[in-house]
Design a binder for this molecule. Structure first.
Ligand code: PMP
Length: 436
């Protein structure tokens, strides 16, 4: 029987925080809507995070993906400390900027050139500008449930709360995601269901003269993860190419996670332009847009105070150095698979409806389904309340999972021991949830 952790101080801090911080947290995702209060974290080391009450958690949120090497990896710490002593920010370029750019253009298949904003949101906003500037066309196809950031155009048709809000599948309704979001932003975004080449073909046939680009997450990771059907990404590439429409891969999560070259290297499908973020600097704020020279040079403005920040560059170089070491990806994938296999083994002959799967160091757990789902609409089949019961049970026993959906990450710092402990805890939680 595992220890049930106490989190009284987090509760006190949340009471205090709400007076001065919007929502009591820095990002709406830092507190699950199902929780009374969030867990306030004091520090992290390796695969673990430690909260203000002194509790230790084996973590599978990994800072929402950036911490691919775990918390406080020495190589990144050393590189960053060295740069801090030289200056943390300049109004001028540094030589390290060129080194990283040369490296990234070698690593990422579609990259002739690169530019470095700070966040994924900015990276995709820049990609939108570049494809419009290059093609002279305004409309962009995005898919239901895909998340590309927080701008007015990016937050369209993301995280709808019910199937009723989505309209007919072959011509989905476009939905807004935030108070204050301009309705006008809907004008140039076409929304389609993902994993469906027929609807894409029909739409492109009708509107190709006004469509600049299609943007996609190569794996739909911002709901219960959905994998591309076999041949889907290849089909996307073929249809866009044949119709002179550009293809943008949003690799903010898949970049450096599936492989150093991202999903485009992993699946052997090369987009025209892509965005990378999160894991690229192992926990520091950094993003990249990379693509074909003529698109990158289309005249889209590329300012930003913290663009190419030297600390982020140092962290990025150190992250690449660590990920290039032989066996790192294989290690993460093997460990993740051990976790998935362990969970599936546990539920094999039990009356538990659950789907657990993964790819490289990304894994998912979804209740209420037995098989892969194929688009955002299927996501409503998932039993979210069971996930919340599961997450809470794990949290109380020292395993930290994503606050609202079963999309999880391992890192190079996770160990066999972490996985073994996690599996014991998962078994105990399943026992509480399902075996009466
Ligand atoms: N694209 C994808 C696929 C993402 O997952 C995210 C963030 N979750 C973004 C873009 C936006 O990135 P950021 O939060 O760094 O602005």
């Amino acid at each position: 029987m595992s220890k049930i952790l106490k989190t009284n101080k987090s509760k006190e801090l949340f009471d205090r925080a709400q007076n001065s911080i919007l929502g009591g947290v820095a990002s709406s995702l830092h507190k699950s809507p199902y929780d009374e209060y969030p867990i306030y974290i004091e520090r992290g080391k390796g695969s673990k995070i430690y909260d203000v009450d002194g509790n230790e958690y084996i973590d599978y949120t990994m800072g929402f993906a950036p911490m691919i090497l775990g918390y406080c990896p020495p190589a990144i710490g050393d590189a960053v400390k060295k740069q801090i002593d030289k200056g943390s920010q300049f109004a001028f370029p540094t030589e390290s900027l060129i080194g990283i750019s040369e490296k990234i253009t070698k690593i990422i298949p579609c990259a002739d050139m690169v530019t470095f904003p700070t966040t994924g949101t900015e990276a995709n906003m820049w990609a939108f500008r570049a494809v419009r500037a290059f093609t002279g066309k305004d409309k962009i196809i995005k898919f239901e449930g895909h998340y590309h950031g927080r701008s007015d155009e990016q937050m369209i048709s993301f995280a709808q709360e019910s199937l009723k809000m989505m309209g007919p599948r072959n011509k989905p309704w476009k939905t807004l995601g935030s108070a204050g979001q301009l309705e006008k932003a809907l004008e140039n975004i076409i929304v389609l269901p993902w994993n469906d080449l027929e609807i894409l073909k029909t739409t492109i046939k009708r509107q190709k003269h006004e469509i600049a680009a299609v943007i996609t997450e190569p794996i739909m990771l911002n709901c219960e993860p959905v994998f591309p059907k076999p041949g889907y990404l290849e089909g996307l590439r073929k249809i866009t190419e044949e119709n002179e429409i550009l293809l943008i891969f949003d690799e903010i999560i898949t970049g450096f996670r599936l492989s150093l070259g991202g999903a485009q290297e992993y699946y052997h499908v090369t987009p025209d332009i892509c965005s990378f973020g999160k894991a690229v600097a192992g926990g520091f704020q950094f993003a990249a847009v990379a693509g074909k020279r003529e698109i990158m040079e289309s005249g889209a403005h590329f300012g930003g105070t913290f663009n190419g920040n030297p600390i982020a560059l140092a962290a990025c170089r150190a992250t690449i150095g660590e990920l290039e070491k032989p066996g790192v990806y294989e290690y993460m994938a093997k460990l993740t698979q051990k976790l998935i296999d362990g969970i599936n083994e546990m539920t094999k002959n039990q009356n538990i409806t659950l789907y657990c799967d993964g790819i490289e160091s990304i894994w998912q757990i979804a209740f209420g389904i037995k098989e892969k789902i194929t688009d955002y609409r299927d996501n409503f089949k998932v039993n979210k309340m069971d996930y919340q019961r599961f997450r809470k049970g794990c949290l109380e026993r020292g395993v930290m999972l994503h606050p609202s959906r079963g999309r999880l990450y391992a890192s190079a710092a996770h160990t066999d021991d972490d996985v073994d402990k996690t599996l014991l805890i998962v078994e105990e939680v399943f026992g509480k949830m399902f075996m009466h």
